[in-house]
Design a protein around this ligand. Structure first.
Ligand code: FES
Length: 97
C-alpha cells in the first residue's frame, strides 16, 4: 500500500513540493530544492520551527511544527520566511583533485 501524497506550499516564497504522509517535511523540502532553517534534525534545537498556516501535520503545537520531525496529514501551507531555493552550487559535485 502506498502512502498518500500531499502538496506543501511555502509562504511567502511561493514554492511547493509533494510530500508523502510517511516522510518528514524538512527532508523532502531539501530534496525538492528548498532550503529551510534547521540544525540538529532530531527535534531538540527548534531552529526548524515553522507556523502552520493551513492544514494538519503530526506533532503540531499551538499552530507550529518542527519540520525535521513532522509529517503531513493533509495538504499544507507553511509560513517559512527564511525559505530559499537551494543554491545551484550545492547541486554540483566538486571535481576530484
Ligand atoms: S532541526 Fe533541530 S529541532 Fe528541527
Amino acid at each position: 500500500m502506498s502512502e498518500a501524497s500531499f502538496t506543501v506550499r511555502l509562504l511567502p516564497h511561493g514554492g511547493a513540493f509533494e510530500c508523502s504522509g510517511g516522510k518528514r517535511l524538512l527532508d523532502v523540502a531539501i530534496a525538492a530544492g528548498y532550503w529551510l532553517p534547521h540544525s540538529c534534525r532530531d527535534g531538540s534545537c527548534r531552529s526548524c520551527h515553522l507556523r502552520v498556516v493551513e492544514g494538519e501535520v503530526s506533532g503540531a503545537e499551538d499552530g507550529h511544527c518542527l519540520t525535521c520531525q513532522s509529517q503531513p496529514l493533509s495538504d499544507l501551507t507553511l509560513d517559512a520566511p527564511a525559505c530559499r531555493p537551494r543554491p545551484a552550487s550545492a547541486w554540483r559535485r566538486r571535481p576530484r583533485g
